[in-house]
Design a protein around this ligand. Structure first.
Ligand code: TIU
Length: 233
């Protein structure tokens, strides 16, 4: 009879996360050029992209280690069909910005699938074997097949990284929590344009005994990964 290996305890708040590598996926949220690169949509809206760019190096290290151990990786991108038929009018006009989703931007049409700015930054570019979930909303489960993919892969734990902490990361963690997944969020691998939202966005996840999940530093995850054997070829 096949028995599950005992979980590895990862140092986290509010208490250690019981990591089951074979049923845990790394889910990288919206590390897209339009949110992170100077001159992109995020910066046009007046945001300080350096607050997000500091997450690139820790994500690179975590992704490299995750891949080396042969564990599952999925990526998401926020964006819309070129005809904008999946863009609610409320989302398009919200903010009353002169430039909005679907308009021409410095890296093509803003948050439109197939445009350069919509794609994932080169530093974290997905491998061909890594599913990319194109999502029209903030949460990665809304109007996507993410839940079906995770179920088919036997995944029940997620390490969630990416941007922004209080918007798409938090929404996705809440959606995942309601669907029965345990989520661990490495604080240095998620970023917000607003330092106060970074702090509170993480506190909201781990408060009340881990109401939505766990928060750690990526080093604690890297240390646990180091103890794993490499994949059988
Ligand atoms: N990916 C994501 O968080 N989308 C956003 O629009 N975030 C903002 O913080 N605006």
């Amino acid at each position: 009879m096949k028995t599950m290996p005992s979980p590895l305890a990862i140092d986290a708040e509010p208490y250690p996360f019981e990591f089951q590598p074979e049923s845990c996926a790394l889910l990288i949220i919206d590390m897209q050029r339009d949110f992170l690169e100077p001159g992109g949509f995020g910066e046009i809206l007046g945001n300080d992209v350096s607050q997000l760019r500091r997450t690139i190096e820790p994500n690179k290290k975590l992704l490299a280690s995750w891949r080396k151990k042969g564990l599952k990786v999925l990526h998401t991108r926020e964006g819309h069909r070129p005809d904008l038929s999946d863009l609610p009018a409320a989302k398009k006009i919200r903010g009353r910005s002169a430039t909005c989703i679907g308009d021409a931007g410095p890296m093509g049409r803003i948050l439109v699938r197939g445009e350069a700015g919509h794609d994932i930054i080169p530093e974290l570019y997905p491998l061909s074997i890594e599913p990319v979930i194109d999502k029209p909303g903030k949460g990665a489960f809304f109007a996507t097949d993410l839940h079906a993919l995770l179920q088919n892969l036997g995944i029940r734990q997620l390490v969630v990284t990416g941007v922004t902490t209080e918007v798409c990361v938090n929404t996705t963690v809440r959606e995942a929590n309601d669907r029965g997944y345990d989520c661990l969020v490495p604080s240095d691998c998620v970023g917000s344009y607003f330092p106060e939202f970074q702090e509170m966005g993480l506190k909201m996840i781990k408060a009340q005994g881990g109401i939505f999940g766990w928060v750690s530093h990526s080093q604690a995850i890297l240390s646990a990964l180091e103890t794993l054997n490499p994949p059988k070829s």
